[in-house]
Write a protein of this length. Structure first.
Lengths: 235, 449
């Protein structure tokens, strides 16, 4: 029996006359990694923003753990963690301090050992833990972002272009971590342009075009080359 | 809430330590400028006391056999007391005469003299503590707060804060508190240092200065929060806040000063001097009976002493001098009233302009403002009158100079004024503005996401 963690019903977002998202119907189960593909402006980030409660839907609804985001975004926040394209943290605090700060914000007070453990689990080398974030590469920041998500112990991790700009090794490491998290029962919802990584990391893939979800596929049913062809044909 | 980490984050930004250090240094320099000013004034007063004794001895022993002639030359010093708080707010004290050397001749012409000043230092003004408080502290507050929220939004941390917590506003409030605490701490440290440096007694006036200073700082923090609440970008916030600073510290006081001097012009300043000089010069050519008639009208108690029939008599001479003051009295009173009207209007306008209000209150508490100067001049007039009334009978009776015990005139006399602190007038205007701005901030930040 699958537990639905993320669900949208006829979710629509309009900016004036511009339709950013049109009647999106989607459900993502616990432990799934759902990758949303699409060009810029296809509605991927809008979907994430609606789950985060950063913007209000024009019609329809988004649910997390069966709780409607709008108007309960205060309640649904505790279910989600968020990793943006570039994880922006405080440059003059080190990795542990940043993690401590954002964990405390979420209501968790961890010992230094536990904080170090989260960073290590996220793949950040121990030498970097006490260096200021201003000296971190993008990949290292992503790892702190993952550690923040781990520390929050959120059911859902929303990711917006998380591998954009990462080198292949960092991307591979990121993929490994995502799979581990999914195996632990976390639901990952990722917007990405990276077709090959989507096939590699995801359990399901959605392709969006002009605010509409055009295809939904199981990654076990398709190869990267087939997906690329379908994607190019679709957009 | 993560106070400790926000403090670290603030202190590790290079600007925090540099800004606070610079402000602290400016504050300490201002205290030593105040100390130097106080020492200079005290030296002057000490020298005056020594000089007065020497001056009296020299004139009595080697000079003049007639009481009238001796008192033509003798000067008696009257000193506007130095309050240690002057060191914090020099105000008009370095421009106005703090030591009046009074003869029993006419007074009014001399009363409004000013000290000699270095024009260059007058252009630059004094870097006293009130300058540091009123001009420099707000600049640091602006530097610390203009991007309180916009920086988070521009750098992308605000989204993460919002996702992690429903208390994002509390993070903002904590950042505001941390900056407020450090700046207020710096201010309080300066007040603490001022006690030994300027030998300030801890009394109601000093506590009032501290309270006013803290409220002034709070006003700026709340004003900055209001601009932050507009949720514009960092550049817009910085320009807006610097414009407000310029308006409140430079433009508004200058415009108000100009309006007040236009509303209450003081042509009496010139008229008073002219009337005073002509008042007695003119009497050389007027019949003595006329002069004496007016003198007796002013001082009926001396009517019994009639003017002897001789070419020159000191009674007539001093009556003539007296007429100088009497002729200028109307202009002098008008000028005094105008000055007080200017002071009153400045205070009223100041209730709505925190910079002006704080400056005026500091001058009031330090006894370095216009009100103190007017009171000192009033008291100088009373001192002069007391001397006249003491010496007139001796001059008229032509008492021998050596019959007077001159030692009792050695001591310099002081004007001392310590009006009680009016806490309501002092603090209420700033408190009301702070409450108003806080309410606006509350509304602005209510729906912040």
């Amino acid at each position: 029996m699958h537990t639905t963690t993320l669900q949208t019903t006829n979710l629509t977002k309009k900016y004036g006359e511009q339709v950013a998202l049109n009647n999106l119907n989607l459900s993502v189960n616990k432990g799934e990694i759902f990758c949303l593909l699409g060009q810029n402006g296809a509605g991927k980030t809008t979907t994430i923003n609606l789950f985060l409660g950063f913007t209000n839907a024009t019609s329809g609804e988004a649910k997390i753990n069966n709780v409607t985001v709008q108007p309960n975004d205060v309640a649904t926040k505790k279910f989600v963690a968020y990793i943006p394209e570039v994880v922006q943290l405080y440059g003059n605090l080190d990795g542990i301090e940043n993690l401590d700060f954002f964990s405390r914000l979420a209501g968790f007070k961890y010992s230094k050992e536990l904080l170090t453990g989260f960073l290590t689990k996220a793949g950040l080398q121990s030498e970097a833990h006490q260096k200021r974030l201003s000296a971190y590469s993008k990949g290292m920041r992503q790892k702190v972002g993952i550690a923040i998500a781990l520390a929050k112990n959120a059911d859902v991790i929303l990711m917006d272009e998380p591998t954009s700009g990462l080198d292949p090794k960092a991307t591979a490491e990121f993929t490994r971590i995502c799979k581990e998290l999914a195996a632990e029962g976390k639901t990952i919802f990722m917007a990405t342009h990276d077709i090959f990584n989507a096939v590699n990391v995801g359990t399901r893939i959605g392709i969006m075009r002009q605010g509409e979800l055009v295809h939904t596929l199981n990654t076990s049913d398709i190869t990267a080359n087939e997906l690329q062809k379908l994607y190019l044909k679709t957009i | 809430m993560p106070n400790r980490l926000l403090i670290k984050q603030f202190l590790r930004s290079g600007i925090a330590i540099a800004g606070i250090s610079l402000l602290l240094l400016s504050g300490i320099i201002s205290l030593f400028i105040g100390k130097s000013y106080l020492e200079k004034q005290r030296d002057k007063i000490e020298a005056t006391a020594v000089y007065q004794q020497q001056h009296i001895d020299r004139n009595v022993q080697y000079g003049h056999s007639e009481m009238g002639l001796l008192l033509y030359y003798l000067r008696f010093a009257y000193v506007n007391s130095i309050n240690p708080l002057n060191g914090l707010s020099i105000g008009q004290r370095d421009v106005n005469l703090g030591i009046q050397q009074v003869t029993i001749r006419n007074l009014i012409e001399k009363k409004y003299d000013s000290d000699l000043n270095n024009p260059a230092s007058m252009v630059m003004g004094n870097l006293d503590f009130s300058f540091v408080l009123i001009y420099l502290f707000p600049l640091l507050i602006i530097t610390f707060t203009y991007n309180l929220l916009s920086e988070e939004k521009e750098e992308g941390t605000w989204r993460l804060i919002n996702i992690q917590s429903n208390a994002a506003k509390k993070v903002l409030l904590q950042k505001w508190w941390i900056r407020s605490a450090f700046v207020t701490g710096t201010l309080l440290l300066l007040y603490l240092l001022a006690i030994p440096i300027l030998s300030i007694p801890i009394n109601a006036s000093y506590l009032a200065m501290i309270a006013e200073g803290v409220l002034y700082i709070l006003f700026w923090f709340i004003a900055c929060a209001m601009v932050v609440g507009w949720q514009k970008n960092s550049a817009t916030n910085a320009v807006s806040l610097l414009s407000i600073w310029l308006l409140l510290t430079i433009v508004a006081p200058a415009v108000i000063n100009s309006l007040i001097t236009t509303k209450y012009p003081v042509p009496e300043a010139m008229a008073t001097v002219v009337a005073n000089r002509e008042g007695y010069h003119d009497k050389w050519d007027r019949p003595k009976e006329e002069t004496m008639g007016r003198f007796y009208a002013h001082y009926p108690q001396f009517q019994q002493y009639r003017l002897p029939a001789e070419d020159f008599n000191w009674l007539w001479y001093y009556a003539m001098q007296q007429m100088g003051d009497d002729d200028a009295a109307e202009h002098s009173v008008a000028m005094r009233n105008k000055l007080l009207l200017r002071e009153k209007l400045s205070n009223t306008v100041g209730y709505f302009i925190p910079t002006l209000h704080t400056q005026l209150q500091y001058s009031l508490l330090a006894q370095s403002g216009l009100k103190n100067q007017v009171q000192f001049l009033d008291s100088t007039t009373a001192f002069h009158e007391k001397k006249r009334l003491y010496f007139y009978p001796k001059i008229i009776k032509k008492l021998p100079v050596l019959q007077e015990d001159w030692r009792k005139h050695y001591a310099v006399e002081y004007f001392k004024s310590e009006p009680p602190v009016n806490w309501i007038k002092l603090l209420l205007p700033l408190l009301l503005i702070i409450i108003l701005f806080t309410t606006i901030n509350f509304i602005q930040f209510k729906n912040l996401k």
